[in-house]
Design a protein around this ligand. Structure first.
Ligand code: AMP
Length: 505
């Protein structure tokens, strides 16, 4: 199949592909046409090629959303290489693990991450900063001086082919064992997701999709490819500052926006008024609290509520705004081409109304985790839900003990392992407690070794050095012994209830 960006650039070179609004009033947005973006992607492809990247190589990208990431996403694809989008919020050790696990040949990083990268220099991997500064509104990327020979070489990368069953990216998602797992997403996964999403939400070349989700989450990544296939534009806000989103959406005339519940909550707190151009808010990535649901229903916002996950290249089921109004809380029916079953512990299908594990099958299901068996198109999510009489899906409980705080996943086992590294700590149990803004906050119950003492502040500082900010416990209580079942398993539910009932702040 023809490379999606190249096809878009050939068909409508003058149409807008990417808009990067500024938060300062009166500063015009940087905008890039499909022709211009394709030129820039070709330039990045050439530079990656010169840095030694070949078909099948894995390329880490640790760069904030913007023109560079957009061009790099396409450049990596054009070389037949595999994108490894890296989460800028992780600390050096966490990133090192991912770069090593994915066996990246090269990591392109933004200079702001220089210190983090310095500590990874010992890895068998090349590190490059973003190659040059971008220039807006191409076709010829005015302002940048090319060597004549480079401009000629670049022509080679203006077009390309892609294989639908090739892996486009390895996206890390926290695993239940505590170590993140690399989900291998294929071009086919993204292609089918784009078609099915268009069918459910509608798609028009005039759409402008405001994307404040990082590209290292599939909810963000998928939009970059989807827009090429639709011929529409992606709007990438300058900063992830929710208070400015409404204004940025207004100046860039957004028609669609993807948000996680925490972002919507904050926008509502900041007095969000949807711009006239907006036709749809795609909300997902974690459960919306009943309070948030009540607020958006009352405001009659055009919410489409979605249930999705990395392993299924984003949306699995999405309720349209009409369905959201008629049946608040449901995530609706599976997207076309996707089948959802609710199964019991033996894997048997359950009838409507009964709670069970959500199992997804279809063309959007990832190839498999790195180093693990292939899924063959079926994925056991571990999430619990049920189907109602109309076949609409309701999510009851997230997979196992996963905490989702502000749209980021936190696996308790990973935080517990860090707390246990502290010499004073005997054992720890980490849970999510409900929070109006964040959805959930990370909290811990800790049992200390006999005769040892440590303060809550010290232990939080200890975790700060070892974990990304969003994974750190916000509250820690100390007990003599963690509540256990007769068989010696920690009673996580009791810990959660105790922490919820004893919230002081
Ligand atoms: P991720 O792979 O990081 O996108 O996380 C996916 C997980 O987020 C799912 O497996 C669910 O546990 C949770 N999730 C996603 N959407 C929803 C939703 N609408 N309601 C409740 N949980 C959700």
């Amino acid at each position: 199949m023809r490379d999606w960006l190249a096809a878009a650039a050939a068909e409508f070179p003058e149409r807008l592909a990417l808009i990067c609004p500024h938060i300062e009033p009166d500063t015009p947005s940087d905008s890039y046409t499909y022709g211009g973006l394709n030129q820039f992607a070709a330039q990045q492809a050439l530079r990656l090629k010169r840095a030694g990247v070949q078909c099948g190589d894995r390329v880490g990208v640790l760069v904030p959303n913007g023109i560079f990431t957009t061009a790099l996403i396409h450049a990596v694809a054009r070389l037949g290489a595999v994108l490894v989008p890296l989460n800028a919020r992780l600390i050096a050790d966490e990133l090192r693990y991912q770069v090593e696990a994915a066996a990246c040949k090269l990591v392109v990083f933004d200079p702001s991450h220089d210190t983090t990268i310095q500590s990874m220099r010992s890895l068998q991997c090349a590190f490059y900063t973003t190659f040059s500064s971008p220039y807006s509104d191409a076709p010829l990327l005015p302002g940048e001086t090319y060597l004549v020979e480079e401009a000629a070489d670049r022509q080679i990368y203006l077009d390309g082919d892609l294989e639908l069953d090739a892996v486009q990216s390895i996206v890390f998602t926290s695993g239940t064992t505590g170590k993140p797992k690399g989900a291998q997403i294929t071009f086919g996964n993204l292609y089918h997701s784009a078609l099915a999403s268009a069918e459910r939400l509608g798609a028009s070349p005039d759409d402008r999709w405001f994307c404040p989700l990082p590209f290292y989450h599939v909810g963000g990544l998928s939009i970059y490819f989807r827009s090429c296939l639709y011929g529409s534009a992606v709007i990438v806000p300058e900063y992830s500052m929710t208070e400015t989103f409404a204004q940025q959406m207004r100046v860039s005339e957004a028609t669609l926006v993807s948000l996680v519940p925490t972002q919507l909550y904050r926008m509502l707190e900041a007095g969000f008024e949807p711009p006239k151009s907006l036709r749809l808010i795609l909300l997902g990535g974690g459960a919306a609290t009943p309070e948030l649901v009540a607020r958006y229903i009352e405001r009659n916002l055009p919410i489409a509520l979605t249930y999705g996950l990395t392993e299924c290249a984003s949306q699995v089921a999405t309720a349209t705004p009409d369905q959201v109004r008629a049946k608040p809380g449901t995530v609706g029916k599976p997207l076309s081409g996707t089948t959802v079953r609710i199964v019991d512990e033996q894997g048997r299908n359950l009838p409507e109304g009964e709670y069970g594990e959500i199992v997804v099958s279809g063309a959007t299901v990832m190839r498999g985790y790195l180093g693990q068996a292939e899924t063959n198109g079926t994925f056991h999510t571990g999430d619990i839900g049920y189907l109602d009489a109309d076949g609409d899906i309701w999510i009851v409980q997230r997979r196992s003990d996963l905490i989702v705080s502000g749209g980021e996943n936190v696996y308790p086992s990973e935080v517990e392992a860090v707390l246990r590294q502290h010499p004073a700590v005997e054992d720890a149990c980490v849970v999510g407690i409900a929070d109006a803004e964040w959805g959930q906050r990370v909290a811990a119950m800790v049992a200390l070794r006999a005769g040892e003492t440590v303060t809550e502040g010290d232990l939080i500082d200890f975790s700060r050095e070892r974990l990304a900010g969003y994974k750190q416990p916000r509250k820690i209580v100390f007990v003599d012994e963690l509540p256990q079942t007769a068989s010696g398993k920690i009673q996580r539910r009791n810990v959660r209830e105790w922490l919820m009932n004893n919230q002081k702040n």
